[in-house]
Design a protein around this ligand. Structure first.
Ligand code: VGL
Ligand code: ZN
Length: 220
C-alpha cells in the first residue's frame, strides 16, 4: 500500500448543517423570523459546494412543553422555569406532520443524506441539533458526523439567535471547527437575543463569517 496520504485524506472534512428552514419560521408562518425566506437561494447555492449536507427540522408533538398554549395563563414570549431551566414559551409551531413543519418548498438540497428531527420529546425542548434543552439527552448528531470523518461544520438557517446559535455552541463543545455563515441566517432578535447569542458564539470560538469569505473549492 502506498504510504503517502492523498490530499483528500489530509484535508479536513466538512459538512453543511441547515437548521430549521421550515414553513413556520418564514413570514406567514406560526413563528415567523423576519426575512426568513430570503436566505433560501443562498443556502441552495452553498449546498451545491458540500458533499455532506445535514438538514435539521424542528418537530414537536402537539401540546409540546415549549408551547404557550400548554401552560394556562401564559402567552408566547413568557419565560417559565422547567426542571431543566428557563424556557421561553412560543406559539404552537412545527407540529409533527403539519404544513408548518415542512421544509421550505424552495429548499433544494436533494443530496442531503440526513434529515434530523429534534424537539420530539414532549417534555424537553431542543433548539440545538446536538443536545436537547436538558443539556444531557443527545440527538446522536455528533456521533454521526465524527463517524463520517467530519471535523468542520458550517451552519446556516433559522433562527440565528436560537436554533443556529445553540447548535453552533454544541458543535464547538463537541470539538468541531465551527463556522456560522451569518448572511445565510436570520434572527428572531427578541430582548437582545441576537447580541447575546453573538457574544456567546464568539467567546466559545465559533467563527462568524459571510458567504463571500468562503472558497467553494475548499468545501468538499
Ligand atoms: C426555534 C424557537 C422555537 C428555532 C425553534 O428554530 O430557532 N426557535 N423553536
Ligand atoms: Zn421549536
Amino acid at each position: 500500500m502506498p504510504t503517502t496520504k492523498t490530499s483528500s485524506s489530509r484535508r479536513s472534512r466538512k459538512a453543511l448543517l441547515v437548521i430549521d428552514v421550515q414553513n413556520d419560521f418564514i413570514p406567514g408562518g406560526a413563528l415567523a423570523v423576519p426575512e426568513g425566506d430570503q436566505i433560501v437561494p443562498l443556502i441552495n447555492r452553498l449546498g451545491g459546494h458540500f458533499k455532506q449536507v445535514v438538514i435539521a427540522q424542528d418537530w414537536h408533538p402537539a401540546g409540546h412543553i415549549s408551547f404557550a398554549s400548554s401552560h394556562e395563563g401564559h402567552a408566547p414570549n413568557d419565560i417559565i422555569q422547567l426542571p431543566y431551566g428557563p424556557q421561553v414559551l412560543w406559539p404552537d409551531h412545527c407540529v409533527q406532520a403539519s404544513r408548518g413543519a415542512e421544509l421550505h418548498p424552495k429548499l433544494n438540497l436533494p443530496h442531503a443524506q440526513l434529515i434530523l428531527r429534534k424537539g420530539c420529546n414532549p417534555d424537553i425542548d431542543s433548539y440545538s441539533a446536538f443536545v436537547e434543552a436538558d443539556r444531557t439527552t443527545t440527538t446522536g448528531l455528533a456521533g454521526y458526523l465524527s463517524q463520517r470523518g467530519i471535523d468542520t461544520v458550517y451552519l446556516v438557517g433559522l433562527a440565528l439567535d436560537y436554533c443556529v446559535a445553540w447548535s453552533a455552541l454544541d458543535a464547538r463543545a463537541a470539538g468541531f471547527n465551527t463556522f456560522v455563515i451569518v448572511d445565510a441566517c436570520r434572527a428572531i432578535n427578541m430582548d437582545g437575543s441576537l447580541d447575546k447569542a453573538t457574544r456567546q458564539m464568539r467567546a466559545a470560538g465559533v467563527n462568524l463569517i459571510k458567504a463571500s469569505e468562503l472558497q467553494p473549492t475548499a468545501l468538499c
